[in-house]
Design a protein around this ligand. Structure first.
Ligand SMILES: Cc1cc2nc3c(=O)[nH]c(=O)nc-3n(C[C@H](O)[C@H](O)[C@H](O)COP(=O)(O)OP(=O)(O)OC[C@H]3O[C@@H](n4cnc5c(N)ncnc54)[C@H](O)[C@@H]3O)c2cc1C
Length: 394
């Protein structure tokens, strides 16, 4: 039997998705608690590239411009394939680099300011969906009307709902190390992306004031040698060795079509809302956290809390559609058959590169990129086919 709810919304996880959900729900007048097993500030393995899209969502949710002390703006980007530079671009839409330790603590403090109760350093012992309550390891019971699982890629809420948090065959994995800061001014102001540093993935070097975040990530099942990949990549960058690297799963390419059930919703990584091509997840975590809270508010106001997941599913339709389109495009970027043609075109075509950057800035969606490709691909395929036929056998 459900006990009277102590909270309208219980949120598991105090990362970007959880803080966005908590702030939105608290501002809309709900009684909200956020539970996180970590005490903040806490580390979270992440490149810390905060896109223009994420920034727009931040302003919308928190109602203020991001604290400049948390971000370093970069306006140059370079793309590489092995030791070849495909392209370097200046004056691109701004990209913001951050450290998640500071960013996430800041976002959670904004949620508390909005009125959310915080319970950090708390592990969850049991999630009882039938009784609509969460039991903490210290014995505290929190009864909810809506539960939001914002507890990351290994989500306990997703496991309780669906039996497992993700499909290991479809998931990504990434390794990273904080390396010394850059001394060369040009390198320091340039975000670097290396296609081919991992199978169905890429490598990145994000230069920040205090360190350079260097990482590789790609589909887990295709990269059994990911550690060696990061060692090779670090050697290519000549920045130091990759000993002491850390790893984390990245749910790119396996988002949930039904991100919840009844009055239980999944947001951010818990729902697999990560871009399957770029690996961007912070912006989608913010968006889905906000949408989950709005769905909860709507369902509770109408006394239909059991419909919260259906409302949320509708609300995330555009986001899921965009991720599905990106997944459809992914073989063009990463498969061994098509990637050489794509990367050749990407290096040569300013239109494609600008579209990619506009997408990171939130000014363009994958549907538009699909349209661009559809216009260019037949010719490129034909040229590629001709080149292969006329190339002498070596
Ligand atoms: C190596 C790497 C690099 C990345 N680089 C980028 C990047 O540059 N830009 C970008 O946009 N995205 C990047 N991502 C993706 C991004 O980190 C995630 O998409 C984003 O953190 C998702 O936010 P979230 O709030 O859903 O989950 P998280 O940030 O993972 O937060 C989940 C929270 O839940 C808590 N939690 C988990 N389990 C429990 C539990 N049982 N009880 C209580 N609390 C719990 C955790 O302590 C954590 O605080 C990267 C990911 C990886 C792995």
């Amino acid at each position: 039997m459900p006990v009277p709810a102590s909270h309208d919304v219980v949120i598991l996880g105090g990362g970007p998705a959880g803080s966005a959900a908590a702030t939105t729900a608290a501002r809309l007048g709900l009684r909200v608690v956020v539970i996180d097993k970590a005490r903040f500030p806490r580390d979270k393995l992440c490149g810390g590239l905060f896109t223009g899209r994420a920034r727009g969502e931040y302003v919308r949710i928190f109602g203020c411009t991001p604290d400049p002390g948390l971000f370093e703006e970069r306006r140059a980007i370079s793309f590489h394939l092995g030791d070849r530079t495909l392209s370097r671009m200046e004056d691109v839409p701004p990209m913001y680099l951050t450290m998640r330790r500071s960013l996430d603590a800041h976002l959670l403090s904004l949620a508390a300011q909005a009125g959310a109760e915080l319970r950090t350093g708390c592990r969850v012992a049991d999630i009882d969906l039938a009784a609509e309550r969460v039991v903490l390891e210290d014995g505290t019971t929190l009864a909810y009307r809506v539960l939001i699982g914002a507890d990351g890629v290994t989500s306990a809420v997703a496991r309780t709902l669906f039996g497992r948090p993700f499909d290991p065959k479809k998931i990504g994995f990434a390794l990273e190390k904080e390396m010394p800061p850059q001394t060369d001014a040009d390198v320091l102001r340039t975000v670097r992306v290396d296609f081919g540093a991992a199978e169905w993935g890429y490598g990145w070097s994000f230069p920040k004031r205090a360190s350079t975040t260097v990482g590789v990530g790609g589909l887990h099942r295709l990269n059994p040698d990911m550690k060696a990949r990061l060692h090779d990549y670090a050697a290519l960058l000549q920045q130091g060795d990759a000993d002491g690297m850390k790893g984390h799963f990245l749910p790119f390419g396996d988002h949930r079509r039904r991100p919840g059930r009844g009055n239980v919703l999944l947001a951010g990584d818990a729902a697999g809302f990560v871009d399957p091509i770029t690996g961007e997840g912070i912006g989608h975590a913010l968006t889905s956290g906000r949408l989950a809270a709005e769905a909860a508010v709507l369902a509770l106001r109408e006394g239909r809390q059991g419909d919260a997941a259906a409302v949320y599913r509708m609300a995330t339709r555009d986001l899921r559609h965009s991720l599905a389109t990106a997944r459809m495009l992914r073989p063009i970027v990463f498969s061994s058959g098509l990637a050489p043609m794509f990367l050749g075109g990407f290096g040569a075509s300013g239109t494609m590169r600008h579209a990619y950057l506009a997408m990171l800035a939130g000014d363009c969606e994958y549907g538009q990129i699909l349209g661009l490709l559809a216009r260019r691909l037949p010719l490129k395929l034909w040229q590629h086919y001709r080149q292969r036929r006329t190339r002498p056998n070596t």
